[in-house]
Ligand binder design. Structure first.
Ligand SMILES: [Zn+2]
Length: 876
């Protein structure tokens, strides 16, 4: 676990940067202007060395339009060593971190030379060192930390890259596109040249140099071209790359079949990196991945890890069209590539696995990550209007709500017209930097539909709340659905307009349990609306927002017995899941508010689900899993974490003891060999652990012994991690024994060790805050590695009960983590802020402590603009 950056000092570059206040200026979407200068061609020459890397850039620049403005090249912590224009030493000046050149002619060749220090780059943006290799991360604004350049996504350039470095340390030299030449150099060095024939923005530039070994394969495209594939990792990790490679080939075939998109280069490279701010990056022809999304085998990775690898590999691959071939005009359009690509990867995962379960998982993520964003001080539109630091806008709103927006377009248009629209979009904007409006226009032009009303989903923040009430007239055999919508104000948007909300809706007969009015698509686009149903031959139950057709919350006045009935009969799996979850939620909220929780109806619904012969185990597991504590908090007027925890605990105990026999047989069901990754086998394993969790709630001693048995017997990480995840919350001797055994066995594997940290940070215990504090000084904890920091501090921040410990120690711990991490890596530090942000919703004592904690952070010296933006907006 030697991490070279464990004790690293703050990046020397931060010292020479302009003082902070001037850089805290917001960038606004309405201020967009086209680039003054274009750069059709870029040549980069790297003299690689972890301590001092020389970068020479040769840019062919071209005046864009009729103006006399200077050429402005963005930089971040760079000092020019030489600047030449058309071969002559040039006069230059700096404006803050940018290099300004006055150029008289309309075309010129600009050469610059800088020196950068990859080993001291703890921000992991630009060129940095990780585990002995050198690699890059340029989205959104990392390229300006490598060389001076108009670092904006609408400046597309053809790149040729030459790298030279030590042959032993860096035997493999990779960049975008195709390798064109290589050779030996003096002093044990060697070089390689790469050319990318496709013009691209600077954020898609990539370079990798290291001692890596490839898993090679190939893929034949639909037009019969052979593409060489390689996944590059440390030699010892090669056996763990099979699943990523299989996923890549599956994704390539899927994109041809579903979107008609073929890969365009002869080579596709993936590189796994241990230190990475994000999940992965879609650099043209050279995807760079967080190793967590590449490496897996049954011993060390859970079913969830395997699914995530398939999802992320597909996501980055799909970007080759939705992102690389058609990119974004400016960063406000980020959802153009991210929302669309998330929608594409969601559809892919649904196609290769269980579609209903995948939909439930996606909605869980949206509710856990995006709904709180929409309801808090950091709420922003899918296409934001302004930002201080763009890195803060890689959010669930831009990604996941953005994907829901695309899904709504697909729902309203239907599959054929949607496909015609995406075909037109790719054809019309190939090689361009486009906008969200361009995307909608292409859908409209190809389909003939008017989608203008839907564009409000790009600009209006907040989650719409829809109230629904069905009124039945048995005489006339009709029913009327009364709908209204409301959106709470969000920062900067006091008044909200009604939004078009596509609601897949059906009526189910209460007595017969049959669908008496088949599913139809209702678009609610007024503040209030009524919809009539005919031939309603029996008392109807309302099945609404089926398949979660719109990213909203529904408040339907359905009685518990109606929800119970829907939970057993609804033909839409998602609506069925919703019915049982709503039943649980009402009980949990009532319990937290000191009212009668009506546990009986929940117990009956869970029993019926568990004992059903028609439902598959994966669905059962999702349906009987109780809503999380922060989700319950979203339903409370004043949040009291102790009351929520007590209410949830009580319901889990009641389920565990009343349904012991059913849970035990679900826990013991087999048919899932460790190596079997079929959806059916994954479902059996998932239900095994979910059932075990409830059993342990009902009887701690029996639960601990069953969990330890599952832990000891496990031949795969899913069962092992599942069992340990239950044990960590118990007060049983098995707990420490299992934690120690896990550590002993896996402490040499960083990705598994992350799980060990995360599981303890997620423990539902009073002393979790003490545990995380101790873990922060554990020899294996390192703040410089984003995965490790997220495993401990990120996981703890969303452990609702432990984090919101009434004495404020949880807040103090997170603040310490944020401030310490900010010195090294502001981007990752800023992502830890949101759990503190919703202080206004908590009971007075905690609310005040949270506010004070935010005040203390914002008062810190030399705070990055990343953290400054998140904290100051949270306080505003
Ligand atoms: Zn993406």
């Amino acid at each position: 676990m030697a991490d070279v950056r464990t004790n690293a000092q703050p990046d020397a570059e931060t010292v020479v940067e302009a003082p902070l206040p001037p850089t805290h200026i917001a960038v606004r979407r309405e201020d967009y202007t086209p680039p003054d200068w274009l750069v059709p061609e870029t040549r980069l020459d790297f003299d690689l060395d972890p301590d001092r890397t020389r970068v020479r850039a040769t840019l062919a620049v071209e005046r864009n339009g009729d103006h006399s403005r200077a050429l402005r090249l963005d930089g971040d912590g760079l000092t020019p060593l030489s600047v030449r224009i058309d071969g002559e030493d040039a006069r230059w000046r700096m404006e803050g971190p940018a290099l300004i050149l006055d150029i008289a002619s309309d075309r010129a060749t600009v050469e610059t030379e800088v020196e950068i220090r990859p080993a001291a780059n703890t921000k992991l943006m630009g060129l940095y060192a990780s585990g002995g290799m050198l690699c890059t991360q340029c989205e959104a604004e990392g390229f300006r930390r490598i060389t001076f350049f108009p670092d904006r996504p609408d400046v597309l350039s053809k790149y040729s890259v030459r790298m030279e470095g030590d042959r032993v340390r860096f035997p493999v030299l990779l960049s975008n596109g195709n390798p064109v030449a290589s050779g030996e150099a003096a002093n044990g060095r060697h070089w390689a040249e790469w050319e990318d024939p496709f013009p691209k923005p600077s954020y898609l530039f990539a370079l990798v140099a290291g001692d890596l070994k490839p898993n090679r394969d190939s893929f034949t495209t639909m037009s019969g071209r052979q593409v060489d594939l390689a996944i590059w990792v440390r030699g010892s990790d090669l056996p763990k790359t099979a699943h990523a490679m299989a996923s890549l080939k599956q994704a390539m075939a899927w994109d041809e079949k579903v979107y008609g998109r073929e890969y365009d280069l002869d080579l596709f490279n993936i590189v796994a990196v241990s230190d990475f701010n994000m999940g992965a990056m879609e650099n043209k022809g050279l995807n760079i991945f967080n190793s967590a999304y590449v490496l897996a085998d049954q011993e060390t990775a859970t079913d969830g890890d395997f699914d995530n690898i398939a999802r992320v590999v597909a996501h980055e691959y799909f970007h080759n069209w939705s992102g690389d071939r058609v990119t974004c005009r400016d960063w406000f359009q980020l959802s153009l590539k991210e929302g669309f690509t998330v929608f594409r990867d969601q559809s892919f995962s649904a196609d290769i696995g269980s579609a209903p379960v995948k939909r439930i998982e996606d909605v869980r993520v949206l509710r856990a990550a995006q709904f709180p964003e929409d309801a808090g001080p950091l709420a922003h539109a899918v296409r934001p209007d302004s930002y201080i630091e763009i890195a803060n806008f890689y959010t669930a709103t831009v990604y996941n709500k953005g994907a829901e927006l695309i899904r709504m377009f697909a729902t309203v248009l239907g599959p054929e017209k949607f496909r015609a629209g995406t075909d037109l979009y790719f054809e019309r904007h190939d090689g361009e930097a486009a906008t969200c409006d361009d995307f909608v226009k292409a859908l409209e032009d190809a389909s003939g539909a008017d989608l203008s009303a839907f564009k409000i989903w790009y600009s209006q923040a907040g989650t719409p709340r829809v109230k629904a009430r069905i009124e039945h007239d048995p005489e006339a055999k009709t029913a009327t659905l009364h709908l209204d919508q409301h959106i709470d104000p969000t920062p900067g948007q006091e008044r909200k307009q009604p939004m078009p909300i596509p609601l897949k809706t059906a009526l189910v007969g209460e007595a017969s349990g049959h669908e008496i009015c088949p599913e139809r698509l209702i678009v609610l686009d007024q503040a209030e609306q009524q919809v009539a149903f005919d031939n309603v031959v029996e008392a109807p139950l309302l099945s609404i927002n089926r398949d979660f057709s719109a990213p909203i919350t529904v408040e339907a006045n359905r009685k518990p017995h109606e929800l119970e009935r829907l939970a057993q009969t609804d033909t839409d799996p998602f609506a069925r899941f919703e019915a049982i979850q709503e039943l649980m939620m009402r009980s949990l909220v009532a319990g937290a508010n000191g009212q009668d929780p009506d546990t009986e109806s929940v117990i009956r619904a869970v029993a019926a689900t568990l004992n059903s012969n028609s439902l598959d185990p994966a669905f059962k597991a999702e349906a009987i899993l109780l809503p999380g504590e922060s989700l319950i908090a979203d339903r409370m007027t004043v949040v009291d974490p102790d009351a929520i925890h007590a209410s949830r605990d009580a319901l889990r105990r009641a389920l565990g003891s009343d349904l012991r026999d059913s849970l035990l047989s679900a826990h013991r069901s087999d048919g899932a060999a460790g190596h079997d990754l079929s959806p059916a086998a994954k479902g059996v394993r998932r239900l095994r652990t979910v059932a075990l969790g409830l059993l342990a709630a009902g009887n701690e001693r029996e639960g601990a012994s069953l969990a330890k048995a599952q832990f000891d017997r496990a031949d795969n990480m899913t069962d092992r991690q599942g069992a340990l995840g239950i044990l960590v919350s118990l007060d049983a001797p098995e707990r420490q024994a299992a934690l120690d055994a896990f550590y002993q066995r896996f402490h040499d594997d960083p990705l598994v060790l992350d799980k060990w940290f995360a599981l303890q940070a997620a423990a539902q215990r009073k002393d979790t805050v003490d545990a995380v504090r101790q873990l922060a000084s554990h020899a294996d904890f390192t703040m410089g590695n984003p995965n490790r920091l997220r495993a401990l501090a990120g996981t703890f921040g969303v452990n609702h009960w432990a984090f919101h410990s009434a004495d404020g120690r949880g807040y103090a711990f997170l603040a310490e983590m944020i401030l310490a991490a900010d010195k090294l890596n502001p981007q990752v530090a800023a992502r830890l802020v949101p759990p503190l942000g919703r202080w206004r919703r908590y009971e007075a004592g905690r609310s005040e402590l949270m506010r004070q904690t935010l005040e203390r952070i914002v008062a810190a010296r030399d705070l990055s603009k990343d953290v400054f933006e998140q904290v100051s907006k949270s306080l505003a």
